[in-house]
Ligand binder design. Sequence first.
Ligand code: SAM
Length: 267
Amino acid sequence: MPGRDHVRSLFDWLAPNYDAALLTFSLAQDLRWKSVLLRKLNPRAGERALDLACGTGLLYDRLARRLGPRAVVGLDVNRRMLASARRAGTVRQFVRADAVRLPFRPATFDLVTAGYLFKYVPLDQLARELRRVLRPGGRCGGYDFSAPLRETVAGRTYDRFLHDVLPQVARHWGRGDEGWAALMEFLGLITSTSGWETRIEPELRRAGFDLVELVPSLGGAITWVWARLPDGETAALDSPVASVPPALKRTGPERPLEPRSGRGPAG
Ligand SMILES: C[S@@+](CC[C@H](N)C(=O)[O-])C[C@H]1O[C@@H](n2cnc3c(N)ncnc32)[C@H](O)[C@@H]1O
């Protein structure tokens, strides 16, 4: 896991250009990924949501359009990323804090989202905090870059794209600013070595989530994570993995992750 200072200086540097860089380097796929996230989580009128690692507020804005700005809180550890989000003007509630030490009371949110956070944080702490701030039946969803599955053609292709093509594109895009190539090299390295995608499921189950789905996409280039808490407060924090039921099912990201209580359609 990269040091916090490294991550902080990375996003200090990136903040003013983050939105354009994300669009370019994800080949505009990120717009679609955020839509998939919202479709799957299916926010409903009356629900409260927390967007972890909200960055410049790209996902926050979409959540706020669905639920209303008062129902959504954006949280990020980086002052400059939050400053960019505030400048965008559409957002209302931002908090600067660490995703693994959330300044909220237990059972505050129905939904938690996290875009590109998992590779940066201790997953055991994150899972416990998710469990704590979500209401019974609460659901969370997120995605991040993950190690390509080299046994697949898509995975091998993406691996080359990540390690060979992207740093070159970044060099060109940055017009001589070596920071861009360094950023892409860092992302390539952390993506292939973090291993978050193999560690997160047991941590979520240990924390008490009883439905956890991991869905790799684009040859493993990104992995989706979906999780839901049981309706009652049944599983204790730190309960052993073996005591938690195995995955209930593995649905695709297109199928909404319904709250247990099965409330009415989206508002
Ligand atoms: C790539 S940006 C993602 C922004 C946004 N979620 C999106 O999908 O566009 C990653 C964000 O994670 C934030 N971050 C990294 N570590 C964090 C932590 N421990 N707690 C909160 N935010 C963190 C960074 O400051 C940065 O804004």
